[in-house]
Design a protein around this ligand. Structure first.
Ligand SMILES: Nc1ncnc2c1ncn2[C@@H]1O[C@H](COP(=O)(O)OP(=O)(O)OP(=O)(O)O)[C@@H](O)[C@H]1O
Length: 266
């Protein structure tokens, strides 16, 4: 049973409205969906957890919600305290530990550690969805992430691409949704501080030793936005077609044979 949400945790109307609109525009959630939310312990995924919990209480369709945290066992990043947090929320959880840094040293080939780690984490998320009968994987990327991805792809990949709002994975058995696609990073950052969300400081030595292209794009966009207030609205308008490239999947599909959801899993 989910525990009632206290007022201090209630997400602001601005965030609820934007997420509600994205869910409707991209037909992200259908009746009977079993959603697994990837929570890294960062401000975005922890905010999204509260937003989805809140929306679930008055959504016109019924859906299940659980969380998964992948612990990559890297020094400087310890998300174990989240397990207690999930228990206090009464939310079903899954926790997967894998020594990704060690595995990367053995198996990485030409990739950056971060790219390897992301790919491995995604594989784990799909596996848990399959094993536990979730048909939807929710991720916490927001509009700033999409804009940065667009510029990286444009500048360094020679392609007009960004993250999609809602699509089906290659295997065809899990839909991936990003309900924060209309939200700005500063909105989740403000909310996380105001609500006292238990953000886990991410100080992975591998990520920090690498001056990332993403960070560079973030700075570039911030500089442009300082002089052009409509920058992100214009970017969102421009990327809409590529956010749904390949068409939108059917909400409520694929149907799952769901095991019981009301107990926490290790
Ligand atoms: N270790 C993890 N365990 C579970 N889900 C994860 C993990 N790392 C990332 N994710 C999911 O992938 C999304 C994007 O990951 P990314 O690394 O860009 O975000 P983050 O900086 O880790 O944190 P956040 O987006 O929560 O602020 C996250 O919002 C989350 O939904």
């Amino acid at each position: 049973m989910s525990i009632p949400i206290p007022n201090s945790l209630k997400p602001p109307k601005s965030l609820l409205r934007l997420v509600g609109r994205a869910i409707a525009d991209f037909r992200m959630i259908g009746a009977g969906d079993r959603i697994l939310l990837g929570v890294s312990g960062g401000k975005d995924s922890l905010s999204l957890l509260q937003i989805l919990r809140h929306l679930r209480t008055y959504a016109p369709v019924r859906f299940d919600l659980a969380v998964l945290t992948v612990d990559p066992e890297v020094p400087g990043f310890d998300p174990r305290s989240l397990k207690d947090y999930y228990d206090t929320l009464g939310i079903p959880w899954h926790y997967e530990q894998q020594p990704l840094m060690e595995q990367a040293r053995e198996h990485m080939d030409g990739d950056s550690f971060c790219a390897y780690c992301s790919r491995m984490k995604r594989g784990i998320m799909y596996r848990i969805c399959r094993e536990q009968g979730y048909n939807v994987l929710a991720l916490g990327q927001h509009l700033d992430d999409l804009a940065e991805s667009l510029l990286m792809s444009l500048f360094h990949g020679g392609q007009l691409r960004t993250m999609k709002a809602h699509y089906t994975n290659q295997e065809g058995d899990v839909r991936v949704i990003r309900p924060l696609v209309y939200c700005r990073e500063r909105q989740t950052a403000d909310y996380a501080v105001r609500a006292g969300l238990p953000v886990i400081p991410d100080s992975c030595p591998a990520c920090f030793s690498m001056p990332t292209r993403r960070e560079h794009m973030k700075v570039l966009l911030a500089r442009e936005e300082a002089g052009h207030g409509h920058l992100f609205a214009n970017i969102l308008h421009a990327i809409r077609p590529i956010m749904t490239e390949g068409g939108l999947p059917e909400p409520g599909w694929p149907q799952t044979a769901a095991p019981g959801l009301d107990t926490a899993a290790g």
